[in-house]
Write a protein that binds this ligand. Sequence first.
Ligand SMILES: NC(=O)c1ccc[n+]([C@@H]2O[C@H](COP(=O)([O-])OP(=O)(O)OC[C@H]3O[C@@H](n4cnc5c(N)ncnc54)[C@H](OP(=O)(O)O)[C@@H]3O)[C@@H](O)[C@H]2O)c1
Length: 243
Amino acid sequence: MGLCVLEQHAMNRLIITGASSGIGRAIARRFLRDGSLVLNIARRPCPEPGVENLACDLAVPGAVDSLAEPLAEWLAGAARVCLVHNASVMRRDRVDALPSDDLRAVLELNLVAANGLNQLILPRMGEGSSILYIGSTLAEKAVPGVASYVIAKHALAGMMRATCQDLAGRKIHTCMLCPGFTDTEQIRALIGGNDEILAALTSLSTFDRLIEPAEIAETIAFAARTPVLNGALIHANLGQRER
Ligand SMILES: NC(=O)c1ccc[n+]([C@@H]2O[C@H](COP(=O)([O-])OP(=O)(O)OC[C@H]3O[C@@H](n4cnc5c(N)ncnc54)[C@H](OP(=O)(O)O)[C@@H]3O)[C@@H](O)[C@H]2O)c1
């Protein structure tokens, strides 16, 4: 690899929330492979060697403000930045039993923290940068019993579409990638070691299996270098069986 190409690669940066496990960790690994500098923002560090970490509980109001200085330092000299809003939790709750404080905490993590990071990082994003949102099948439809998650993911789709409109002309693109059931801590917690639940979930896929986190990571790497996707909401779910 020539020096010029090396320098160019060193200028590519990935900032990702929630790369301490699951899909986020796989995305961090994928970008490292391409030679990007990678920064994880989560409560726990990313286990991938080479990833830098900023510890932050994104559900705490105002927590993102404390990242202003370290982020500015980390971004010095950056040109192309990919910012991936990935951190999220799925709680079991319902619209008819959803304390507002619980909803507020979920919105803080999924939306307000994402907005805070956009404010800090956007001024440092050059041409070719991207803001990618991790959605869900539940960004466009609802199932019972996960109300706060459905609400947050729908709202995040709105944030992505507003990002596309408001950044027009800056040559920074955005999209939302919506994974189907992916084999991560979050989904394993939902399955709880119960083979019947696992079979029920895999039977919803036209491929009869869970998605590997690396498959989502590959799609995110593609989205980061593909501005024609600007404003798109993309399902990455192996095809879901409709019943
Ligand atoms: N797995 C699936 O089937 C599936 C399907 C559709 C969409 N998704 C979406 O994919 C994304 C990743 O999910 P995953 O399955 O990979 O989940 P995961 O393995 O549980 O990882 C979730 C990540 O979010 C971070 N996070 C959670 N709460 C946080 C907080 N308060 N502050 C900072 N970071 C926090 C966690 O980091 P710390 O715990 O270290 O803070 C962790 O790294 C999420 O947006 C999820 O909604 C997943």
